[in-house]
Design a protein around this ligand. Structure first.
Ligand code: ATP
Ligand code: MG
Length: 200
């Protein structure tokens, strides 16, 4: 399974609908500083529910909506809604039909050779809303997370190495670095369960 394409609509610096193709082995994105490369990764994390607003460099979710006055610190009138769609090529059947049906809560999931996960954030006068969709069906974040966990993609995981992560790891104490290894190896989960058991 791999990401085939992402479609950004009014997400961060992408003020118009933008399709970005991803290739099977690797894809590189190049461009000058501030041109939106990291925003593309933020878009993937946003759509797949893998990070909170802070993790994608926003104070609140509505900061992710394209704002024409962003760099002037100006809350200029702009769009009130942003959306990101991640299209997964599942031709290798990494996610089986049962899992997809389970997550969508419906048999009607269409052709699962291609799976689309979409998230939308919408701003109203005094509130904001966030919606997730799986192959066009409205679902909860936990449905998306359960599905992706089957493919080893989790919010706690190290599926994405963010800008600055490497420096952070270099500056960690040996104990902190060990915690990362425990997490990757799957030992951390048992340590947490053991601690819970002792507390009881
Ligand atoms: P670098 O090479 O420095 O890492 P980059 O290509 O990764 O740069 P990004 O961090 O993806 O750049 O993009 C940063 C730019 O995104 C900021 O300069 C800002 O103008 C723009 N931006 C972020 N949020 C918004 C928003 N809500 N509306 C409009 N523009 C935004
Ligand atoms: Mg960057």
């Amino acid at each position: 399974m791999h990401i085939k394409e992402i479609v950004l609509d009014n997400f961060k610096s992408f003020g118009r609908k933008t399709r970005i193709p991803f290739y099977q082995d690797f894809t590189t994105v190049s461009g000058p500083n501030g041109s939106g490369k990291s925003n593309i990764i933020d878009a993937v994390l946003f759509a797949l529910g893998l990070a909170r607003a802070r993790g994608i460099r926003a104070q609140k979710l509505t900061d992710l909506i394209y704002n024409p006055g962003y760099d002037d610190g100006d809350a200029a009138a702009g769009p009130k809604e942003a959306s990101v769609e991640v299209v997964l090529d599942n031709a290798d059947g990494t996610l089986d039909r049962g899992q997809v049906v389970n997550a969508a809560g419906s048999e009607d999931v269409g052709d699962i050779e291609e799976i689309t996960i979409r998230r939308r954030v919408k701003e109203t006068e005094d509130n904001y809303y966030s919606y997730y969709y799986l192959n066009g069906r409205s679902v909860n974040l936990s449905d998306i997370q359960d599905l992706l966990a089957q493919a080893g993609v989790t919010p706690e995981g190290y599926n994405v190495v963010m800008q600055g992560d490497v420096t952070e790891i270099i500056n960690m104490t040996p104990h902190q670095r060990r915690e990362i290894i425990d997490q990757i190896a799957g030992v951390a989960e048992f340590d947490a369960k053991k601690e819970d058991a002792f507390e009881e």
